[in-house]
Design a protein around this ligand. Structure first.
Ligand code: ASN
Ligand code: ZN
Ligand code: CA
Length: 541
């Protein structure tokens, strides 16, 4: 990238360089005659001055801070800063070899430049043998303000706001949740006024450090501009806790898993998504209290039979998250990156799965009607879509709006698992092959109506929400058959999130889907006409 320059070193009472530094250089042993027995390594970072310099750099005696600064002043071309006004001694130590290390912070009017630590090393003869670290030669000119305009507290608030959390969100409730817990119980907030450098820009900033373990392990370093409150940079220094494991699902299929390591234990805790929260999987251990306990493993190989429901709930929740994010740019069910929690092994022989308003819950089935319900991607998609519906259309869970609520969950179950038009086939009646819970293509096969003529008037099942969903399901099947999945999913997502409301009925859904088709593909387009025909065919106008 940048050209290599050989730097010649002239030895006198002090060090003088003849070359100017414009590129990253690593030059070994100057060929210059004067430097005969020198071994000089240097690495220069573009325009920032020396980074690492070693060798016998001075002949004179350097015994104290004053001498160090004098030495640096004499080599101003190299160090490029004024040591008297810009260096603050942080620490002076002498090691067992008799070397002394003068550790400085570069400061502008007493405010440290974050990361600008510079160390001068001397040997036991008090000769300078090394100069290491980072100095910013442009800082003194560029930094004009060293008094902040906003308060420290305001900066902390802005930092929390930036990561979409408040301090109270990070307090661990050890009563309810087992696992990842450490002995650090309290969230720590640190806040210091510094000069922040990025890409040659210098800004007076509050360096706010937010350290916590819930909802994910974090050591955030957030630089808040001390003049206008802008976020200059935000980095979470904790990323190494996220790990990748593997396991086998309910159908004994191999799966890679995003897990989390802490204190010798792995958790089904996925921190890899761009969420505000995480994807986490817990187990009720066949009880009925929620959320239960984190699923744990000692070696990140989730291979035990008893872990298969946990493996699938976790992996499939991630798949559904990815689907909504990648296909619809929706970040989790609330579109604000909320934590997706699943609890498996709920109850005993429990033949159901549900979204309870804040998390997903899966039974293991009784082994004949169902096996563990998280073992089916369409079931997981169905349940998580209930959460999406709740936060968007809000379809009331009774009669026609309830049947639409059910239908949208089934339809997105198909979008996630488009190999067939069946729902729940992977976990339904493990002893019988080829059957399912419901079918979009042939609702009547499982006792559902497929046309308004057969609409079931009942007060059970909240007005037949799992029965009459057959009608909009069949309309969805007709639509997908005519226009394909890619267009259909765009239309369905748009209708759900933009047009449908809590009290929408079938007729309204038809209108909402048609409007979405018109928005996306044009009124009267063949796509639009296909949606129309799909609903005509089930008798909904
Ligand atoms: N598994 C069922 C569903 O999601 C639970 C329920 O009746 N809501 O539709
Ligand atoms: Zn449902
Ligand atoms: Ca299916």
């Amino acid at each position: 990238m940048s050209k290599k320059k050989l730097v010649s070193l002239a030895l006198g009472t002090s060090l003088v360089f003849s070359a100017s530094f414009t590129g990253t250089t690593f030059a070994q042993s100057s060929t210059d005659s004067i430097t005969s027995n020198m071994d000089i390594h240097q690495k220069l970072i573009d325009k920032k001055g020396p980074d690492f310099l070693s060798g016998k750099l001075s002949k004179g005696i350097v015994k104290n801070e004053k001498d160090v600064k004098k030495f640096m002043k004499a080599n101003k071309e190299l160090f490029k800063i004024d040591p008297h006004s810009e260096l603050t001694l942080i620490e002076k130590t002498t090691d067992e070899l008799g070397s002394t290390h003068y550790r400085f912070s570069q400061t502008i009017k007493g405010v440290p430049i974050d990361g600008a630590t510079f160390i001068i090393h001397t040997n036991k003869e008090n000769e300078v043998t090394g100069a290491t670290g980072q100095l910013y030669d442009k800082a003194a000119k560029k930094v004009t303000k060293t008094k902040s305009s906003i308060s420290k507290n305001a900066a902390s608030d802005l930092a929390w706001k930036h990561i979409n959390l408040s301090k109270s969100d990070t307090v661990v409730d050890y009563q309810n949740v087992a696992g990842p817990k450490s002995d650090i119980e309290n969230t720590t907030v640190k806040n210091d006024l510094v000069i922040h450098e990025k890409d040659g820009e210098f800004n007076l900033a509050y360096k706010v450090q937010l350290q916590f373990i819930k909802p994910y392990g974090a050591n955030w370093q957030i630089f808040v501009d001390a003049e206008d409150g802008r976020i200059l940079e935000a980095v979470n220094a904790v990323s190494d806790a996220g790990t990748t494991g593997y396991g086998y699902g309910v159908l004994d299929d191999y799966k890679s898993l995003n897990t989390y390591y802490e204190n010798g234990t792995y958790y089904l805790f996925d921190v890899t998504k761009p969420m505000n929260g995480v994807i986490e999987t817990l187990t009720a251990n066949n009880g009925s209290s929620l959320p239960g306990y984190y699923s744990v493993d000692s070696n990140n190989a989730w291979t035990a039979y008893s872990q298969s429901a946990d493996v699938d709930a976790h992996a499939y929740a991630g798949k559904v998250y990815d689907y909504y994010k990648n296909t619809h740019n929706r970040n989790s069910f609330d579109n604000n990156g909320a934590t997706i929690r699943s609890t498996v092994h709920y109850g005993s022989n429990y033949n159901n799965a549900f979204w309870n308003g804040s998390q997903m819950v899966y039974g293991d089935g009784d082994g004949s009607t169902f096996t563990s319900l998280s073992g089916a991607l369409d079931v997981v998609a169905h349940e998580l879509t209930h959460a999406v519906t709740e936060r968007t259309a809000g379809l009331q869970y009774q009669y026609q709006s309830g049947a639409l609520n059910e239908s949208f969950s089934d339809v997105f179950g198909y979008f996630l698992d488009p190999g067939d038009y069946l729902m729940g086939e992977d976990v339904y009646t493990p002893g019988v092959s080829g059957d399912a819970l419901r079918s979009l293509s042939n609702p009547t096969q499982y006792g559902q109506p497929a046309h308004m003529n057969d609409y079931v008037n009942t007060s059970s099942d909240n007005g037949g929400v799992h029965t009459n969903s057959g009608i909009p399901n069949k309309a969805a099947y007709n639509t997908i058959q005519r226009i394909g999945k890619a267009k259909a999913e765009k239309i369905y997502y748009r209708a759900l999130t933009v047009y449908l409301t809590p009290t929408s009925n079938f007729s309204y859904a038809r209108a909402a889907l048609l409007q979405s088709a018109a928005d996306l593909y044009g009124t009267g387009s063949s796509t639009y006409n296909s949606v129309k025909a799909a609903w005509d065919a089930v008798g909904v106008y």
